[in-house]
Write a protein that binds this ligand. Sequence first.
Ligand code: DOR
Length: 437
Amino acid sequence: MDDQKTGFYIASGRIIDPFSRRDEIADLYVFEGRVVNPAELPPDVRWTRIEARGLVVAPGLIDMHVHLREPGETRKETIRTGTMAAAAGGITTVVAMPNTLPPADNPDTITWIGKKAEKEALVRVYPTGCITEGRRGEKLSPFQSLVQAGAIALSDDGNCVQNSRIMYLAMEYASVLDVPILDHCEDTTLSDGGVMNEGYWSTLLGLPGWPSIAEELMVSRDILLCEKTQARIHLQHLTTEGSVRLLREAKKRGLPISAEVCPHHLALTDSSLRNYDTRFKVNPPLRGQRDREALIEAVVDGTIEVIASDHAPHTQFEKEVEFDKAPFGVVGLETLLSVCLQELYFSKKMDLLDLFSRLTLGPSRVLGLPQPSLSYGSVADLILLDLEEEWKVDSSQFLSKGKNTPFEGLTFKGKVVLTMVDGQIAWQREERNLVVK
Ligand code: DOR
């Protein structure tokens, strides 16, 4: 048996490391799951060369908003298929939302997800637990048991806790445990029945509107409760100019608040719904151009420190119904990076270091995870990216079971060609022949 130790020598790539602010061409050595210093290479190791000339080498992305649908809805996605899609998208860590069947409001379900992920996942999976039992917004879940079982944060995502007293108690409880609350901000007394942004297009299309104010009211409430409790609160998938303004003010006052935006809200507006295409139906909805611009500005200036996909797979048959009956949600794992590159990097609004910061450092800080980096000693979760490669979105090629992308048929520049998790190749485009044996 060949028991010689092996490592990877990633040759001549452009290192992009937001943590150390490093942007330079260099070699990278990976051994026993970590990036190692070339001046201190261990002896007797057989180095497998990975040809990275002309490619970007960056830390793997952390996507802190993903619906893996297990347990309970494996027709839509599984931990296996969802993490295959993540790896293909350059994502090495996913945070799984708790709106599963049953919901992850109890330690057994969290433990079950953890064990299943250990066996089947291609990338790291961190489960979240529900804020309230059954995500009904009435009674708090047992936070401490959820955290002990492995929940990294608490969220009722898909629902928003309407009762402010329950949310107040949730934040007090979470601040004692020092665990973040991720909130889907939606006042349902205002959004009830709404299927798209309330505005010009909803009027023209005759569809019930979900107004911006329904998000902004909950953002305001959460900011006030955050100020009162000092809990770590993270606002999920923000969509409006008003939310950005409220967040910016709250941050100026030094509150422990953070926020995320999704690629579809950065790239698209409600005018995309003009053909009643359910692939554009998402909650919160696509907004107007001014909202889109405000979100982009907030990501650029760091007011929003996280970009997350809100990958929400649904089956074709569920989406192929009348607009108001279709479920909300778009898939995003396999397009996350390319859409961000288009909207933020190729549009010359951000450099690669800052863009990768929103996709790696930002989420790690919100969640209290180890800082992703390519510096010596760091865990080797990394990607190789071809910035020049053009590709056309064809959902039939997705590894995700979900084909409900709003980007079908569009051409993007920039594609991940290899993903490494814990120093091992989790996924690669074989036809690129990057690994030289
Ligand atoms: O569009 C959405 N889909 N928004 C959510 O908040 C939930 C998600 C889902 O679970 O399908």
